[in-house]
Design a protein around this ligand. Structure first.
Ligand code: JFZ
Length: 600
């Protein structure tokens, strides 16, 4: 999919600019899914906004192939193997003859979700390969008719999941169907220009979706993906036709054309700043969505717990994918690591479920989430002296305590700063949560609070998102994959092309000290060896860019951490960092962050 070049940041800026003229301004993308703007809160979204943690399951014929075709191994997203290896339909369908997931156990899967603290499950009923993992009367290319298994796993799974109080939903690839002559995107068997997408929609997608919405009880979600072949009007008609079957079921934004009930970000993408409304970030546990034998790169329990807290701190849900194998087993490490995550949630779930974004931006110690009257501090890195700063807090604070044992902590308020005396905490803990209880109205999150820089942490990263831009400079989310279809996203300042293009950052240094300054960037060969300037603390530091590589969306985007200067802040306070090229013409680099790492 093409990535929309507008970022959260530019949209926010647009929204602010346009707010001066509220009558005529157009709705921004962020606002489209924000009911506080339209005033029409969709009551069906209530459970979704409270849920915070979902389980995605990619399971299909590709799981049986496990990333291998005719003795050759494929890397990247396993559910794309038919496309990657250009497998003809006639050959691909033969894989069904040996697909026999006898180890599949609906209760085990549902219980794993429950134990992991998961509140909703979405499983692929049909992915792009066109194979139906449910009993379909519309097509014979389904698990009941085409495999020796002959049973409908979705019947048992929907029941087992719902029985445990976990919402159940289906992923359905509504446009891409590589099995069908008129389905989207199989160009190796069929001529794309001769396809009649409407015929495919009428004869397969819509009838199958009607089966799914009729035969499996109440669905929490219908998760559409990679839309195509329909105008906005046609998409609206498609939604309306399905909606009547289950008016309460939520449709994901990937139904296309700005329709859908809540918003999905790109794969493996967390927005950099809080977003209102109902939305979801999706990640897969290892590198692939569908099972691949040789993909053993599983996120650790700590990584999952921190990812969940990070997504929640921006106001969204995390839906984490697992890829069961062709026998019906969920990978061993997915089971283990999800159960560990569940243990953390057992104790700390209050800080995640039903929460929304934190009232302060990310700090060197971690992130925050909030509920009316409460702000949760997710401490990932403890300050060396144990004094935790919560800046820009305008509520009337009554008490601060550790979530785990409820013990009250000593704190003091100076201006809008809250300083909390932390107890000794386990340095290896994934995330230690503290609670601030307050009364009174607290203003919404403020994007303009200077980024905290402190010598109490080994590293202080000022991310591109927080740049104020001048000239032609932009903030963009760069999208690229490592293997194939495993999309990554990095937010960068781009288009620093002329002396007048600038990225400025506001930082707050909380104690005097000596710091090393480093720039983390990616730099194409033609941009290398250009001079740039960084001004901070009344000093100008010059540097010359180092080459990394060209931007290629089908390759990793390497970043270099280029240490460029040493400086001494003699006073605590707010400082401005200004970065710009020293020549006109070429982009200086794609800047990911500025680091200030304490020395003394
Ligand atoms: C899609 C699928 O093609 C993929 O196989 C997987 O199911 C994933 C969850 O979704 O891939 C996408 C869709 C949208 C974006 C990226 C990958 N996007 O908007 O950035």
């Amino acid at each position: 999919m093409k990535k929309v070049k507008l970022t959260t940041k530019t949209l926010l800026t647009l929204a602010l600019l346009a707010a001066a003229n509220p009558v005529t301004r157009a709705q921004t993308m962020d606002e489209m899914w924000d009911s506080s703007v339209s005033g029409k809160e969709n009551p069906n979204l209530k459970w979704f906004k409270e849920a915070k943690f979902g389980m995605f399951i990619h399971w299909g014929l590709y799981a049986k192939l496990a990333g291998e075709w005719k003795g050759k191994r494929y890397y990247g997203s396993g559910e794309w193997i038919m496309s990657q290896a250009r497998i003809p339909v006639a050959e691909y369908k033969q894989a069904a003859q040996t697909f026999n997931p006898v180890k599949f156990n609906a209760d085990e899967w549902a219980q794993l979700a429950k134990d992991a603290g998961i509140k909703y499950m979405v499983i692929t009923a049909k992915h792009h390969e066109g194979f139906s993992m449910f009993d379909s009367k519309v097509s014979d290319f389904d698990i009941v008719d085409a495999t020796p298994y002959k049973q409908d796993p979705m019947k048992a799974l929907s029941a087992a999941t719902r029985k445990r109080g976990v919402q159940f939903g289906f992923y359905y690839s509504q446009f891409q169907d590589w099995y069908e002559p008129n389905g989207g995107k199989n160009s190796w068997d069929f001529d794309e220009s001769k396809k009649d997408y409407q015929k495919y929609y009428q004869e397969k997608a819509i009838p199958q979706l009607k089966e799914l919405l009729s035969n499996y009880g109440p669905l929490g979600i219908v998760w559409f993906d990679t839309p195509g072949g329909m105008t906005k009007e046609q998409t609206q008609g498609f939604v309306n036709e399905l909606r009547v079957l289950q008016p309460k079921s939520l449709f994901s934004s990937r139904v296309g054309q700005g329709l859908g009930d809540y918003r999905d970000f790109g794969d493996s993408e967390v927005p950099a700043t809080p977003i209102k409304g109902a939305w979801e970030s999706i990640y897969t546990h290892n590198d692939s969505w569908g099972y691949i034998k040789h993909d053993m790169n599983f996120k650790t329990p700590t990584e999952i717990i921190r990812l969940l807290a990070n997504v929640a701190s921006k106001g969204g849900n995390l839906m984490l994918n697992v890829g069961p194998d062709g026998e019906g087993n969920i990978p061993e490490y997915s089971v283990k690591f999800l159960r560990e995550t569940g243990k953390w949630l057992d104790k700390n779930g209050e800080s995640i479920y039903s929460s929304t974004y934190g009232l302060i931006p990310a700090q060197p110690w971690g992130v925050s989430t909030s509920k009316p009257g409460k702000q949760y501090l997710h401490v990932l890195h403890r300050p060396v002296n144990g004094k935790l700063l919560v800046p820009d807090f305008k509520g009337k604070l009554s008490k601060v305590y550790a979530l785990a044992d409820g013990k009250n902590l000593v704190w003091k308020k100076t201006g809008n700063d809250i300083w909390i005396d932390l107890p000794a905490i386990d340095a290896d803990a994934a995330n230690t949560v503290f609670v601030m209880e307050f009364s009174g109205k607290v203003p919404d999150y403020n994007l303009n609070v200077p980024v905290t820089v402190s010598n109490q942490y080994p590293e202080n990263m000022v991310e591109a998102t927080f740049a104020k831009l001048k000239g032609a400079a932009k903030i963009q989310s760069l999208t690229y994959s490592h293997y194939y279809g495993d999309w990554k996203h990095t937010i960068c300042v781009t288009d620093l092309k002329n002396k007048s293009d600038e990225a400025d950052f506001s930082i707050r240094v909380t104690e005097p000290g000596v710091y090393k300054i480093a720039l983390e960037y990616s730099c194409s060969p033609e941009s290398a060896k250009q001079e740039g300037s960084l001004t901070v603390n009344d000093q100008e530091f010059l540097f010359r860019t180092l080459r990394t590589s060209d931007f290629d969306k089908k390759a990793p985007l390497p970043f270099i951490k280029h240490t460029i200067a040493t400086t001494t802040f003699t006073k605590a306070g707010v400082y401005q960092i200004r970065i710009h090229p020293l020549q006109d013409g070429l982009e200086l680099f794609r800047l990911k962050s500025v680091s200030l790492d304490p020395v003394l």
